[in-house]
Design a protein around this ligand. Sequence first.
Ligand code: ADP
Length: 252
Amino acid sequence: SYNLIANPVMGANGVRGAVIVLLDVTEREESEQMRREFTANVSHELKTPLTSISGYAEIIRNGLVKSEDIPRFAGNIYTETQHLITLVEDIIKLSRLDERAVELERAETDLLAIARDVAERLKVPADQGQITIRVSGEPAKVMGVPNILDEMIFNLADNAVKYNKPGGSVQMTAGVQDGHAFIEVADNGIGISEGDRERVFERFYRVDKSRSKQIGGTGLGLSIVKHGAAFHNAHVTLQSEVGRGTTVRITF
Ligand code: ADP
């Protein structure tokens, strides 16, 4: 849609013409629409765990729980609280990326070094799921915001571990191709169906809500990857086959 602005041009004998400006506001409207949707989603995502925490607390307060059940209730409250913390952290990361006005300091950063660091941090959950993580390639330097690059690569590797199968593996590769640094994360996990491949980058979109909740997803991980890539003028490609695995590559 367009905004129309008409300004008369005055000459010696009065109005001589007009300047008409057509302002394409489609993009602006879309982003406002997206912001409204985002706020509605955030409220919903925050309310669900809060309602459940409040419910557990209420039952305990009323003395309606047998003492042997209290540890289980406390466990549920703990899990819901952890989920809320991750959610709030992800929302903060995303909104920071949205505020383009904020000048984040860039530095020369090696994607291979980040990949190694991320693999180290994912060792424990990977071991628990019987998943092997390998890192290979060559140093791949980019001028970027180290924190954001770390979050992006972590989210990809974390997904590759979470949506894998016991005995599966994750291969992280960094390098330079045709003068462009890249990082690739490949897994041989559950894969993503064609219809979901575009949608997984949407905020709060999860393929399998119940499974995702169980493994602690917020649905924001890939949105952070997408926005982080846009911030760095990088592009993201995703290839996947159901039951065989997923490969995501960020090219800078
Ligand atoms: P989440 O916090 O749920 O992991 P993401 O935005 O990171 O959120 O991912 C969105 C959804 O995309 C996930 O819930 C999952 O269904 C799917 N997904 C992401 N990465 C993978 C992967 N490597 N393999 C299979 N499915 C994936």
